[in-house]
Write a protein that binds this ligand. Structure first.
Ligand code: PMP
Length: 400
C-alpha cells in the first residue's frame, strides 16, 4: 500500500507537483490495475463466453475471476449475485426499471434520503412518472446525519422501496445502513444501498448489511471508469425481468419466444467491458491484498488531520460535520466563490472539486449555492494537506 503504486500521482500541473484531492470524483489507479488492462489487450484479447478457442477461454477466465474477486471484497454469498454494470448509475437504473417498476403501483411509495447523489434520485423519479408512484424523502439534520427515527412514520403500508447512500459524496456522512435496513425490512420494504463512496474506504459485507441491492462504481475504488457491479439477493435477481435484451442474456431464441439465460448473464446483454471488468478485479485484489482496515486507518487519519487544520482557517465553514465520515470535506470560504477557489488552487497544483457535486438537494439544505470539496485517499500525505491549508490562506488573502 504505497503512494508509488499510483503513477499518475507523479505528474505535474502548471509546473507544480500534483496534489490530488479529488478522489471522491474518481480515485487514481495503481500500476497493477493499469497492467491488468494492458496485459489483457496485449496477450488475451478475445470475446468472452463464446469462442471455443484458447484465447476466448483465457479471456473468460480472467473476466469471471474478476467477478470472484469482487464477491470476496463485498462478502457476497456467491459471485453469481454480482452483475457487471457501467457503475452505480446503471446499477440503480437497473433495479429501478427491472425490480421496482415491474411491481410498484400507482399511489405506492419509494423513499430516498435528502443526501442522495442525483443518480439515486432521478431513476426513482422516472419510475414515479412511469407508474404514478410517489417519491418521499428522509431528511438529514444540520450536521448531515440522517434523521433515522423519522423512518418510523415515513414508512407506511404503501411504501415499497427505499434507496439510500452508504457514504455521502458531498457531506462525507457514513450512514447506519444496518439500522436502516432493519427498520425497512421490519415493514417489508426492500432496500438498495448506493456504495459509490464506500468501497474505497469501508469494509463492505453485503450479507451482514442484509441489503437487497448494493451498487459499486469501479473508478471510485482505484479501478477503471465505466465498470462496476450490482449485488442483488438471488431471490430478487431470479424473479426480475431482464433490463436489456440482446446476445449473451439468452439461452434460446425463436421468433415466438426467448428463454433467458441464468443470473447473472440474464442482466449482461451484449459484449461487456471485458478490460474494465479485469481492471476492476485487479482493483479488488489490490484492496484485499493491502487490507481495507489499513486503507481506512490511513484515510481517516488524513480526514482528522485536515478537519482540524481547516477549522482554524479564518472564514472557512465545513459543510457536513457528521460523527462518522469518509475522507471527504466540503467547505465554503468567506468572500471566495468555490469556483474561483478551485481555479486558484489548480494553479498551485491542487485538484479539488467545486459545485453541487451532483447532490443539489443536499447542498440546498445548507443555503449555499455550491461548495468546494477536498477528498482524500490513503496515498495522500499530511505535507500535501499543509500545502493545501497554506494555499487556502493565500487565496483568502487575495480576496480580502
Ligand atoms: N453515488 C454517489 C454517492 C457518487 O459519488 C457517484 C459518483 N459521483 C455516483 C453515485 C454515480 O457513480 P457513477 O457515475 O460511477 O455511476
Amino acid at each position: 500500500m504505497n503512494r508509488s503504486d499510483f503513477p499518475c500521482l507523479n505528474v505535474k500541473v502548471h509546473n507544480k507537483p500534483l496534489v490530488y484531492f479529488d478522489n471522491a470524483a474518481t480515485a487514481q489507479r495503481p500500476q497493477s490495475v493499469i497492467d491488468a488492462i494492458k496485459n489483457y489487450y496485449e496477450q488475451t484479447n478475445a470475446n468472452v463466453h463464446r469462442g471455443v478457442h484458447q484465447l476466448s477461454s483465457d479471456a473468460t477466465d480472467l473476466f469471471e475471476q474478476a467477478r470472484i474477486s469482487m464477491a470476496k471484497l463485498l462478502n457476497s454469498p456467491s459471485e453469481k449475485n454480482l452483475i457487471f454494470t457501467r457503475g452505480c448509475t446503471e446499477g440503480v437504473n437497473l433495479v429501478a426499471q427491472s425490480f421496482v417498476r415491474s411491481q410498484i403501483k400507482k399511489g405506492e411509495e419509494i423513499i430516498v434520503s435528502e443526501m442522495e447523489h442525483h443518480s439515486n434520485i432521478v431513476p426513482w423519479q422516472l419510475v414515479c412518472e412511469q407508474t404514478g408512484a410517489v417519491l418521499k424523502v428522509l431528511p438529514f439534520d444540520d450536521n448531515g446525519e440522517l434523521e433515522i427515527e423519522k423512518l418510523d412514520e415515513l414508512i407506511t403500508d404503501k411504501t415499497r422501496f427505499l434507496a439510500v447512500v452508504h457514504a455521502s459524496n458531498s457531506l462525507g456522512t457514513i450512514n447506519p445502513i444496518k439500522q436502516i435496513v432493519e427498520k425497512a425490512h421490519a415493514k417489508g420494504v426492500h432496500v438498495l444501498v448506493d456504495g459509490a463512496q464506500a468501497t474505497a474506504h469501508l469494509n463492505i459485507d453485503v450479507q451482514d448489511l442484509d441489503c437487497d441491492f448494493y451498487t459499486v462504481s469501479g473508478h471510485k475504488m482505484y479501478g477503471p471508469t465505466g465498470i462496476g457491479v450490482l449485488y442483488g439477493k438471488m431471490e430478487h435477481l431470479e424473479s426480475m425481468p431482464p433490463y436489456h435484451g440482446g446476445g449473451e442474456m439468452i439461452s434460446h431464441v425463436t421468433f415466438e419466444k426467448t428463454v433467458y439465460n441464468a443470473v447473472p448473464a440474464k442482466f449482461e446483454a451484449g459484449t461487456p467491458n471485458i478490460a474494465g471488468a479485469i481492471g476492476l478485479g485487479a482493483a479488488a485484489d489490490y484492496i484485499l491484498q493491502h487490507g481495507i482496515e489499513n486503507i481506512n486507518k490511513a484515510d481517516s487519519e488524513l480526514l482528522h488531520y485536515a478537519t482540524e487544520k481547516m477549522q482554524k482557517v479564518d472564514g472557512l465553514r465545513i459543510i457536513g460535520t457528521a460523527k462518522n465520515k469518509v475522507s471527504v470535506v466540503s467547505f465554503t470560504l468567506e468572500g471566495v466563490h468555490p469556483h474561483d477557489l478551485g481555479t486558484i488552487l489548480d494553479h498551485y497544483g491542487i485538484a479539488i472539486r467545486t459545485g453541487h457535486h451532483c447532490t443539489m438537494p443536499a447542498i440546498k439544505h445548507f443555503n449555499v449555492p455550491a461548495t468546494a470539496r477536498a477528498s482524500f485517499a490513503f496515498y495522500n500525505t499530511k505535507d500535501e494537506i499543509d500545502y493545501f491549508i497554506k494555499s487556502l490562506e493565500k487565496a483568502r488573502e487575495m480576496f480580502l
